[in-house]
Design a protein around this ligand. Structure first.
Ligand SMILES: *[C@@H]1O[C@H](CO)[C@@H](O)[C@H](O)[C@H]1NC(C)=O
Ligand SMILES: *[C@@H]1O[C@H](CO)[C@@H](O)[C@H](O)[C@H]1NC(C)=O
Ligand SMILES: *[C@@H]1O[C@H](CO)[C@@H](O)[C@H](O)[C@H]1NC(C)=O
Ligand SMILES: *[C@@H]1O[C@H](CO)[C@@H](O)[C@H](O)[C@H]1NC(C)=O
Ligand SMILES: *[C@@H]1O[C@H](CO)[C@@H](O)[C@H](O)[C@H]1NC(C)=O
Ligand SMILES: *[C@@H]1O[C@H](CO)[C@@H](O)[C@H](O)[C@H]1NC(C)=O
Ligand SMILES: *[C@@H]1O[C@H](CO)[C@@H](O)[C@H](O)[C@H]1NC(C)=O
Ligand SMILES: *[C@@H]1O[C@H](CO)[C@@H](O)[C@H](O)[C@H]1NC(C)=O
Length: 401
């Protein structure tokens, strides 16, 4: 017992010491590669800053976050900020699910206790992960989630590795269910504004161009965004059509059909789009073309999202209301007409993931991508965010690790 305690104390000291020496004064860990630099923090294994030079050579910080690592634990009103939701991303209907005839109840932390969101009130993006490795261009976080935490069955060990290569952010996530069968679904909950809030003409992202070339369908949801089991068509020309051609996020934002599209009384997007590549036959996600693209004419920055995942959530920051501050690295200090906050539609969240709440929709037959146990393969998520600036960057390069 004593030996074990001493060992753990020594290990903690080593990790702590290594961590401190690698952090900047704001408690952030920096990694970089040609054309791209990013900061990460242990809280939620979150990205806190992502810098690229725009087409005029001006450096822009294009993701939301806070100025320092300690503030994430203090201001919890704006959670999921660039973090990894877990152990099960998005919503769980009624906070219940069944595995092999056993019903489990998870912490209901949304809609006054009606459902679970992002793994409960102590989900993975509310916790400090361990920094397991940190080099000039890569950082790896780990977390151990014990049996019964937030109501989920079984111990889970997980890691998230972020790596930068020229103009590219690589994400690799893995999770192993050690003792019991359990739902696992992870994602990266990054909020984007490709202008770094420095476009003098607009503080929002409605002028960002977005496309989902494989997403002719989406998951139907009720008024509080819980899937009802049906799959809806995104008819050509409809507000949810981002597949037939790229379109600005704001193109249809004033149309009557958009009211209720992101829940009761909500105008905008908070939808799980299906990534349907079945007709492609066997494909390599790294070369098959992006599942989503987002770009801004103002900054000339474009991000193409490549992933092995079969769904894609897009949220147009409908609930932002000016209470979330931007960072010191964003916006203007000399324009008093522009408050230093995120306004409604000020950002876009893009989440690669599986079909949401499929643990409560067995007829979708996605249990192998949602339920993991000691006898199954581990959970894996891979993605690459490839950037081009003024047409140059990742697409003209080899991005394999
Ligand atoms: C932006 O350009 C400046 C000047 O060339 C350079 O020092 C900086 O590293 C660049 N930023 C990024 C993110 O590459
Ligand atoms: C951390 O950032 C927050 C929000 O920007 C700020 O209010 C706070 O003073 C900062 N704390 C430290 C220790 O720098
Ligand atoms: C996470 O770490 C920060 C330091 O970076 C610390 O201020 C905070 O209290 C920790 N939060 C939790 C939930 O452990
Ligand atoms: C909802 O969850 C509660 C436990 O939190 C359970 O008693 C109830 O049966 C569940 N309702 C449905 C319709 O599954
Ligand atoms: C930005 O807009 C403000 C007014 O909103 C104006 O005073 C300022 O001159 C503009 N700056 C640029 C660089 O256009
Ligand atoms: C939106 O983009 C178009 C060009 O694509 C431009 O004409 C317009 O001024 C932009 N609007 C804002 C508010 O930036
Ligand atoms: C704005 O949003 C914050 C965070 O979601 C919330 O706490 C606050 O009540 C909202 N304020 C208004 C005026 O709606
Ligand atoms: C305000 O600051 C921006 C950079 O943040 C700069 O481009 C602009 O010229 C400044 N405007 C004035 C009037 O100083």
């Amino acid at each position: 017992m004593v030996a074990t305690a001493v060992f753990h104390a020594a290990l903690t000291l080593v990790l702590f010491t290594a961590g401190v020496s690698a952090q900047n004064p704001d408690g952030k860990y920096t990694i970089s590669a040609e054309g791209i630099r990013a900061n990460f923090i242990p809280y939620g294994a979150s990205i806190s800053n992502l810098f690229l030079n725009d087409s005029n050579g001006v450096e822009r910080d294009i993701v939301l976050g806070f100025d320092n690592a300690s503030y994430y634990s203090i201001d919890k009103k704006h959670p999921h900020l660039g973090g990894v939701p877990g152990r099960y991303a998005n919503r769980i209907k009624n906070g219940t699910f069944e595995i092999d005839g056993v019903t489990y109840n998870t912490v209901k932390n949304e809609n006054n206790g009606v459902n679970t969101i992002h793994g409960g009130s102590n989900g993975w993006d509310y916790r400090n992960w361990t920094v397991a490795a940190h080099t000039d261009n890569s950082i790896t976080f780990t977390i151990f989630d014990k049996d019964g935490e937030q109501g989920f069955p079984g111990d889970v060990q997980s890691f998230v590795q972020y790596t930068l290569t020229p103009y590219t952010w690589h994400l690799k996530m893995g999770a192993t269910a050690l003792t019991k069968k359990t739902p696992i679904m992870l994602s990266s909950h990054t909020y984007w504004n490709l202008d770094g809030f420095q476009n003098n003409d607009t503080a929002n992202a409605l002028n960002h161009t977005f496309s989902l070339p494989y997403s002719g369908q989406r998951v139907a949801v009720d008024g509080i965004l819980i899937p009802d089991g049906t799959i809806l068509p995104n008819e050509k020309g409809s507000v949810n059509d981002f597949w037939s051609a790229p379109k600005k996020i704001g193109t249809d934002i004033s149309k009557p059909e958009i009211l209720g599209n992101c829940g009761s009384g909500c105008s905008g997007y908070d939808n799980c789009f299906i990534v349907n590549r079945a007709q492609e036959g066997p494909y390599d996600w790294r070369t098959k073309g992006p599942v989503a693209s987002l770009s801004s004419d103002f900054s000339g920055i474009k991000v193409d999202v490549f992933t092995d995942q079969d769904a894609f959530q897009m949220y147009s920051c409908n609930s932002m209301n000016g209470s979330m501050p931007i960072k010191a690295t964003q916006g203007f200090f000399n324009n008093t007409n522009r408050p230093r906050v995120v306004e409604k539609y000020g950002c876009v969240v893009m989440e690669v993931e599986d079909w949401i709440d499929s643990i409560n929709q067995p007829e979708w037959q996605r249990e192998k991508k949602n339920i993991f146990g000691p006898e199954t393969d581990p959970y894996v998520l891979q993605a690459e965010y490839r950037f081009t600036v003024g047409g140059k960057g990742a697409t003209s390069r080899k991005t394999e690790l």
